[in-house]
Design a protein around this ligand. Structure first.
Ligand SMILES: [Zn+2]
Length: 289
């Protein structure tokens, strides 16, 4: 896998061959995406599927693509396994077994880092890094216009052919740039919050074409009957502003006092855990302001 990265933005541009042409296209991958995608891999499932592939490389490629959230990680796994297979004259299944402990070790170390903020120093990933066991990064100078990046300048392209090196490289960038990686409060998968650092849901499709972020708010409400009743009543009261456009300052005179009283009532009834009482309050006060 060959990629370049611009030091002004936190992403790699990965060069992907365009099928049946001599050309390459660039695929942008943000720092942290390799780590996240690798942490989410179902390694036992991949091992099982490899055992039924009968060494067909095209099927291996398709299967890895299917099982990796990040396309480029799938392609790198493919490169890693097929290189071992041809270097040591092993079947793909034997190549996977050759790597199995390393992959599991990296995954455990990454998960531990993402969840607890600690990289266990007895993991094999830790030894790969600290004992210089991951030397396989090549750097080459390159004219950027070969890849359509403008007319002038020199850039560096990197080549990485094994998973451990790419994970170490990505981890280094995540640490250097302070990239935040969180666990989604709905689906538990890791994600990079895009703007708001207090975001707790990811942007993956979860159910019925809706993302965790879209579902998150309604899920939170469903678990809180006080919030659900309050939101329903607030929508009704808010709609009245539109119907009463002809009344001057309707919002300030009627809606806002209701909102203030209803918020207070919600908090009081909630601390008394009296949902029926709160529903009665809403009914009794619907025309009170
Ligand atoms: Zn999610």
């Amino acid at each position: 896998m060959i990629f370049s990265y611009e030091r002004i933005s936190p992403l790699y541009t990965i060069f992907v061959p365009i099928e049946s042409t001599p050309y390459l296209s660039g695929r942008e991958v943000y720092y942290g995406e390799f780590i996240i995608s690798f942490a989410l891999l179902d390694l036992p499932k991949i091992q099982k599927e490899i055992s039924s592939l009968k060494d067909n490389n095209e099927n291996l490629k398709a299967m890895l693509k299917e099982n990796c959230e990040l396309y480029s990680l799938g392609m790198l796994l493919y490169e890693d396994l097929t290189t071992i297979s041809s270097n040591y004259d092993l079947s793909i299944y034997q190549s996977y077994n050759y790597r199995r402990e390393q992959y599991t070790g990296i995954q455990e170390a990454i998960k531990s880092y993402l969840i607890q903020g600690i990289m266990p120093n007895d993991s094999n990933f830790y030894s790969l890094i600290t004992q210089n066991g991951v030397p396989k990064i090549e750097a080459n100078f390159c004219r950027p216009d070969e890849f359509g990046f403008g007319e002038e300048g020199i850039c560096i392209n990197y080549s990485i052919h094994d998973v451990a090196s790419m994970i170490a490289f990505d981890l280094m960038n995540v640490l250097d740039y302070g990239i935040q990686i969180k666990q989604c409060a709905n689906c538990s998968r890791f994600f990079i919050p895009d703007k708001r650092s207090d975001e707790i849901y990811c942007n993956r499709i979860y159910r019925n074409g809706k993302t965790c972020k879209e579902l998150g708010y309604s899920l939170k409400i469903a678990g809180d009957p006080f919030k659900a009743a309050f939101t329903k009543a607030r929508k009704t009261q808010h709609a009245r502003i539109r119907y009463n456009k002809h009344i001057k300052d309707y919002k300030e005179k009627h809606y806002e006092p209701w909102l203030q009283a209803a918020t207070q009532a919600r908090d009081e009834y909630k601390s008394a855990n009296n949902i029926e009482g709160f529903k009665n309050w809403i009914e009794e006060h619907k025309n009170a302001f």
